[in-house]
Design a protein around this ligand. Sequence first.
Ligand SMILES: Cc1cc2nc3c(=O)[nH]c(=O)nc-3n(C[C@H](O)[C@H](O)[C@H](O)COP(=O)(O)O)c2cc1C
Length: 336
Amino acid sequence: MTEKLKLVNNFWHKFKKPILALAPMAGITDSAFREICRRYGADVAYSEMASVSALFFKPQRTLELVKFNKNERPYVVQLFGKDPAHFAKATKIISEKVKPDGIDINFGCPAKKVFGHGSGCALMPQKKLAREIISAVCENTKLPVSIKIRAGVGKTTALEFVKNTADFPYSAIMIHGRTYEGGFSGPVYFSICEKIKKMFPDKIVLANGGINSSEDAIKILQDYPSLDGLGIARGAWGRPWIFEEIKNLLNVGVQFIEPNKSGFDESNPYEKYNFPKIKKIMLLHAKLIHKDKGKRGLFEIRKHMAWYVRGFPGASELRRKLMLAESLEEIKKILK
Ligand SMILES: Cc1cc2nc3c(=O)[nH]c(=O)nc-3n(C[C@H](O)[C@H](O)[C@H](O)COP(=O)(O)O)c2cc1C
């Protein structure tokens, strides 16, 4: 019965393919950025990773970190940690208090402070513990569960990891196609993602890693047609409309058969995302983050502003001014 309920309410199975996900990024995928990416074509947005131990002992700050608004739905909260009891309680707290659309388990983070504590992708080779963690999450929520893994860690491959855990009813797997050893810039093995999809056709499989343009995305979808979709992380920095660009490019085939009367291809992302339009997105992003976090948000948005203006005429001067702005009014003035 519970299994059936999970399928009925499971947003992962309601998407048109390919599914385009904003991948989780600590310090980046906050509420404002998630909303911006959802508005510009992301089908689903992941939170920053949230510590299950923090949720277990002192949840308030972490609950603040993962709160969201309805424009971000479908929204997935990602949990990290290593203690199954903490995962169990954190899952309950998130399901009951935050009420996202899904819960994700981080088996992919290589950062020292996560990996060094035995969490993130340090869990991939730990067969028994990984199973206990997935079990703790699946048993404590009615929400669909997903996992995020790497192509491999040491001798443990992503395929072995999924073989060891696929009997649990998690719905989706985002695979960062780099190994732990490959960090954030090594080769990306998309073929592993496709192999996993073919072996486990009931699981939704999203490939992630190094997808930095709509052309990259189209090529991967063409080369690995079994994939259900893609996860994009750094490719959305300063261009959250990358998701919409991919969708537009996917429609281009049809539009070439019957071009519109003006002969101007309205789906051309490079025509659409001119500087005035980008400035409007920057301002919207600033308004959203200001609404959510107040003045602190205007400091946090500086990195996004620097990414947005790359390639603008007079980028360095604009960047310099934006880095000094301390109010929404100032940002508005500068962007005018
Ligand atoms: C700044 C930053 C923070 C990240 N934080 C997380 C995180 O909280 N959870 C997670 O599973 N992966 C995290 N990642 C990994 C990304 O989700 C993604 O797997 C990785 O960046 C590869 O994708 P890309 O090549 O599109 O950037 C982070 C990556 C970056 C660059």
